[in-house]
Design a protein around this ligand. Structure first.
Ligand SMILES: O=C1NC(=O)NC(C(=O)O)N1
Length: 309
């Protein structure tokens, strides 16, 4: 019922984890392997291990989450080595990369090429939490330059993690760039950057880095995520799958994203809040909705959102 394909990668379940929450250590990645998730996606890796930003740097809120982790991770070699350990789960293992420079990204991508237990690379062009560093994918020229350099050397299935866009012209400009490259997928969206959540009783920000400005996830961002999934589904070549992430905590949320055109859906904040059992929960809820509507596979309704009459 829930099987799908991202480019040529088969997933038994179209629901898996977003990069970031609960996917930094081998133990966390193995827990995802043991769960109902259809794939295993790593925390975005940098060339060398990173401690990340000072805590408090991740806080759950009634409407979702705010974070300014600052790319804490064990370094790309760790996630490369993990591939062999995770092969026994027989589900695609995808490595997320977020190098501190184009040179770092090219070096990491080159080292991942030969590892057959890495099904794909998710190149993160949208981390909003590195003080002083812009989100690459908001700079269209730089994005084109990065993708040209990446695809001059990459032969593995590769997608990009995009930030949310809000201006319809930006969707067209970005799609025009993305359509030039042999991308396997785009993952929409990363957190909505530089939100601010306040503890009014203590009269202070919830998180410490960047004076409290951090990426929003969860209910706050679902409507924006749906819009980004829909826009890129409509504007990108059909060979480029759209993977949805943003505000998915139920089968209904997953259904809505697939209705917008998503081939797969990733769970971030809700995974952080409820743990890896969320994949079985959301899968069961989505299956029930499909059965109630008479759909046998996600292709029966994917992308078929109608405009109100
Ligand atoms: O791309 C990212 N998005 C986020 O919301 N947080 C992380 C991080 O800060 O490491 N990275």
């Amino acid at each position: 019922m829930l099987q799908t394909k991202i480019a040529n990668i088969k997933l038994a379940n179209c629901i898996y984890n977003a990069s970031g929450p609960a996917c930094s250590s081998l133990e966390e990645l193995q827990a995802l392997g043991q769960s109902a998730a259809g794939a295993i996606l790593s925390k975005s890796a940098t060339l060398a291990p990173r401690a990340g930003n000072p805590a408090p740097r991740y806080v759950d809120t009634p409407w979702g989450s705010i974070n300014s982790m600052g790319l804490p991770n064990k370094g790309h070699a760790y996630y490369l080595a993990a591939a062999k350990e995770l092969a026994s789960f027989q589900k695609p293992y995808i490595v997320s990369l977020s190098g501190m420079s184009l040179a770092d990204n090219l070096k990491m991508i080159a080292e991942m090429q030969e590892e057959e237990n890495i099904a794909a690379i998710e190149l993160n062009l949208s981390c909003p939490n590195l003080p002083g560093k812009p989100q690459t994918a908001y700079d269209f020229e730089q994005t084109e330059k990065v993708l040209a350099a990446v695809f001059a050397q990459n032969n593995k299935p590769l997608g990009v993690k995009l930030p949310p866009y809000f201006d319809l012209l930006h969707f067209e400009q970005m799609a025009q760039i993305l359509n030039q490259f042999p991308l396997s997928f785009v993952s929409c969206i990363n957190s909505i950057g530089n939100g601010l959540v306040i503890d009014w009783e203590k009269e202070e920000t919830l998180i410490r880095p960047k004076d409290g400005f951090g990426g929003l996830g969860g209910d706050y961002i679902k409507a924006t995520a749906l819009a980004n999934v829909r826009q890129f589904y409509l504007l990108l070549r059909p060979e480029i799958s759209v993977v949805a992430v943003g505000g998915i905590k139920s089968g209904q949320d997953a259904f809505e994203h697939i209705l917008c055109g998503a081939k797969a859906v990733q769970i971030g904040t809700h995974l952080m809040k409820t743990g890896p059992s969320c994949f079985a929960q959301i899968s069961a809820e989505l299956t029930a909705i499909m059965q109630a509507k008479g759909y046998q596979s996600i292709e029966d309704f994917r992308g078929k959102l109608k405009t109100a009459a």
